[in-house]
Design a binder for this molecule. Structure first.
Ligand SMILES: O=P(O)(O)OC[C@H]1O[C@H](O)[C@H](O)[C@@H](O)[C@@H]1O
Length: 331
């Protein structure tokens, strides 16, 4: 996993090359809505795309993380499936339902049943390398190829390409400072319950961090967003008292946060400081959304690899997921 995190910049470069070279042909069409289907490390890519395009495209985009797809899916839907392995049962179920409803499909995958269905039903695919066997370490591939698919489908303009190039340059610049910051955060999370708070637009980045803490570091973590948490969770900061000392709160801040969100975060911080063991902050670097998102994702990936070392666990294994999949396969 460490090598895969180390290779993240190369992954973004390679993903861009794959996207540029892909031969993807969509029949010209005006879509009414977009659905992205995917689970886990692939599904979170859908949430990132959703946050990224929210001020860029005018139709609704929904991320589907289950077996059934929304009733609105039909011939005017662009349905993008993202599955690293191509064999995730929820994503496959969504593809079959979308095919039955006459949607326009496309997919990002390294192979498996998703690729087979794409060939059989003649819908576009972009193939990503499957040799790492670690879906969550391939987020760069899935996000970049989905951006290209949206572009080839005529719903996203080319500015994402400039932003990707800027992102790669920023990550190169930050390579060593990032590891120092990540190591300090890992130490602050060791033996603690990390509670991650972000502005709503950066929810996917906070959730991705939580998922990586879970899968790589084998540790629990919790996420919430501003302003929503100001309307419920903040009241819960009274019990259970013995837990508070074990909590490290991390504020994930971005220049994209609405000014009222910034104010809410400042005001609320006093409450957490009076209760939690520690309250820390990270500030997203870079000017564009993709720069900010990917530089945070990259530093957080490093945190989870370092935290795995501190927890004395392998970041590669996912025993509990394999157990559940094994039991499901018997039925
Ligand atoms: O990208 P996929 O192959 O569809 O996998 C989606 C998810 O499936 C499994 O649960 C894996 O263990 C996760 O790490 C992965 O993110």
């Amino acid at each position: 996993m460490k090598q895969l995190v180390e290779g993240f910049i190369q992954q973004l470069q390679h993903a861009t090359e794959i996207g540029e070279k892909a031969t993807v042909n969509f029949a010209p069409k005006k879509y009414s809505n977009i659905v992205i289907a995917g689970m886990g490390g692939s599904g979170i890519g859908g949430n990132l795309i959703q946050a990224y395009v929210s001020d860029k495209i005018e139709m609704p985009l929904v991320v589907n993380k289950g077996y059934d797809i929304p009733a609105f899916v039909g011939p005017d839907t662009l349905f993008i499936a993202s599955s690293f392995s191509g064999n995730t049962e929820e994503t496959l179920s969504g593809i079959r339902e979308a095919l039955a409803k006459g949607a326009t499909l496309a997919c990002v995958t390294s192979g498996g049943e998703v690729l087979r269905l794409s060939k059989e039903n003649n819908f576009p695919h972009i193939i990503i390398p499957g040799d790492s066997e670690q879906p969550r370490a391939c987020l760069g591939y899935s996000v970049v190829e989905m951006l290209y698919l949206l572009h080839y489908a005529g719903v996203l303009n080319v500015t994402f390409k400039t932003e990707l190039a800027q992102t790669i340059a920023l990550l190169e610049e930050q390579q060593s400072s990032m590891k120092v910051e990540a190591s300090a955060l890992a130490n602050a999370f060791k033996g603690k319950l990390p509670i991650l708070y972000a502005g709503v637009q950066f929810e996917p980045i906070a959730v991705r961090f939580q998922q990586q803490i879970n899968e790589n570091s084998k540790q629990l973590s919790h996420v919430n967003t501003f302003p929503e948490m100001n309307h419920n969770e903040i009241v819960g900061w009274l019990h259970p008292e013995p837990l508070f000392e074990m909590i490290t709160v991390l504020y994930i801040r971005s220049a994209y946060d609405h000014e009222r969100i910034r104010l809410r975060m400042d005001v609320s911080k006093k409450i957490f400081e009076s209760k939690a063991g520690k309250v820390l902050e990270v500030q997203a670097q870079g000017s564009t959304f993709l720069e900010q998102a990917f530089s945070l994702i990259h530093i957080f990936d490093w945190v989870t690899v370092y935290l795995a070392e501190l927890n004395n666990v392998s970041p590669n294994t996912i025993e509990n997921i394999n157990y559940v999949k094994g039991e499901l396969a018997k039925v």
